[in-house]
Design a protein around this ligand. Structure first.
Ligand SMILES: CC(C)(COP(=O)(O)OP(=O)(O)OC[C@H]1O[C@@H](n2cnc3c(N)ncnc32)[C@H](O)[C@@H]1OP(=O)(O)O)[C@@H](O)C(=O)NCCC(=O)NCCS
Length: 380
């Protein structure tokens, strides 16, 4: 490409940097599909395990394939003793996102062949990371609460097993289904920042652990996966539904960003937000948190009035905050839930990248001086 053809796009907006067969997004019409299937259909009819199979294999599994995939995931739920010892030695005031990033990186130390990058090996490593990360989160949370670590239960599905390891008791069917829907809706989303980070790292033929670790680091930022915590903090600052108007209008007046709104790609309502809104309402009703849902709904209406003309609508993080709160999760576990689900997408992209790799190496537009004199240090 000649210099004249090169264009600068701040934040790489609109730049196509990879091809994928996993998710399709139409930001104008608010469409999200995984391998061609509408996110709404998957949220209402599929399971997280089936969705992961779909993303990694680009087709829905047969009954026996799903059974076998689920069994392999369950067989990998447990962390090795060394990792559990490490988790128990961590400072109890550490942020869970820093813990997850560190522990996923550490998993590579207990892999006898961490640098093997064949597509087959990458799939195995991805399956293992996906299977054990719930235990990393649950074990750390119990450690900081001074509770015994709960071993995984391989008779339970991904969602149920995580909630069981976290709380030490079997969750209700309604909680399992709600959590499963959260996992499905967060599983993949095109070339978002963390997925791009994962693809950039694996494109050097580094290793799967490094790629996923980089993605976790990216996701924790408040402009990306960290926004769901920001939403909850905002909801906590608003005493009642009647205060939502003044609170949000003050934020707008002070030019503050309203967390959970706006998206680089969607200029209409994020279809995941629509799915999660329905879920949040049901859960809020079931768990006595209707005030939280009503506050969220009031904020959405105010934002619609003030910002719809700018294409700013609720994104995936807005109603996931209410949903996670109703499931009983602590605030700093909200973004970790995004990690549990998005490992599916990150890994799928890593596998796609390895299957047809070219090193990512964009260029910069140099805007500094030329032919500058070197002034000796005594004369500066
Ligand atoms: C997600 C996000 C970073 C995407 O933004 P982007 O494509 O980079 O767009 P910009 O940050 O350039 O914003 C464009 C305009 O919309 C405004 N805007 C975007 N999101 C906004 C929000 N949540 N609240 C208020 N204003 C917002 C910006 O202030 C800017 O206004 P201006 O043109 O008058 O300066 C942005 O919408 C945001 O910060 N949202 C809040 C964080 C969040 O929920 N992130 C989760 C994403 S899934």
């Amino acid at each position: 490409m000649s210099t004249a053809e090169k264009t600068f796009s701040k934040g790489l907006e609109g730049v196509i940097a990879a091809q994928t067969e996993m998710s399709f997004i139409n930001g104008t019409e608010g469409i999200l599909e995984y391998v061609g299937i509408a996110i709404g259909d998957l949220a209402s009819k599929s399971s997280f395990e089936e969705t992961v199979f779909l993303l990694w294999n680009k087709r829905l599994p047969s009954r026996s394939e799903l059974e076998s995939f689920t069994q392999s995931l369950r067989a990998n739920y447990g962390l090795c003793d060394e990792m559990i010892t490490q988790i128990k030695s961590l400072p109890t005031d550490a942020e869970p996102m820093h813990v997850i990033r560190t522990m996923i990186s550490m998993l590579s130390l207990y892999d006898t062949n961490p640098n093997e990058n064949s597509v087959e090996a990458a799939r195995e490593k991805a399956l293992n990371i996906l299977a054990v990360t719930p235990m990393i989160v649950a074990a750390f949370d119990r450690h900081r609460r001074g509770l015994e670590v709960v071993a995984p239960d391989a008779s339970l599905g991904f969602a149920a097993n995580f909630l069981y390891m976290l709380n030490g008791e079997k969750p209700t069917d309604a909680m399992i289904r709600a959590f499963d829907i959260c996992m499905i809706t967060h599983a993949d989303h095109g070339l978002n920042n963390s997925t791009f980070a994962a693809r950039v790292v694996i494109s050097t033929l580094s290793d799967v652990y490094s790629a996923i670790t980089a993605a976790v680091g990216s996701l924790r930022g408040p402009l990306h996966g960290g926004a769901n915590e920001g939403v909850m903090k905002m909801l906590n600052l608003i005493p009642s539904v009647d205060d939502a108007e003044d609170h949000v209008m003050n934020m707008i007046k002070n030019k503050e960003r309203i967390m959970g709104f706006g998206h680089r790609v969607y200029k209409s309502k994020d279809p995941r937000a629509s799915e999660l809104m329905t879920l949040a309402k049901q859960l809020a009703d079931d768990t006595g948190n209707m005030d939280l849902y009503l506050k969220s709904n009031a904020i959405e209406n105010i934002m619609e009035r003030e910002y719809a003309s700018k294409g700013i609508y609720p994104n995936v993080d807005f109603y996931s905050a209410t949903t996670y709160h109703c499931i009983g999760l602590k605030l700093d576990l909200f973004t970790p839930m995004f990690v549990l689900a998005r490992i599916a997408g990150w890994s799928g992209h890593v596998i796609e990248q390895l299957g047809d790799n070219r090193l990512f190496r964009p260029t910069t537009d140099y805007v500094g001086p030329h032919a500058a004199p070197y002034v000796s240090i005594d004369d500066r």
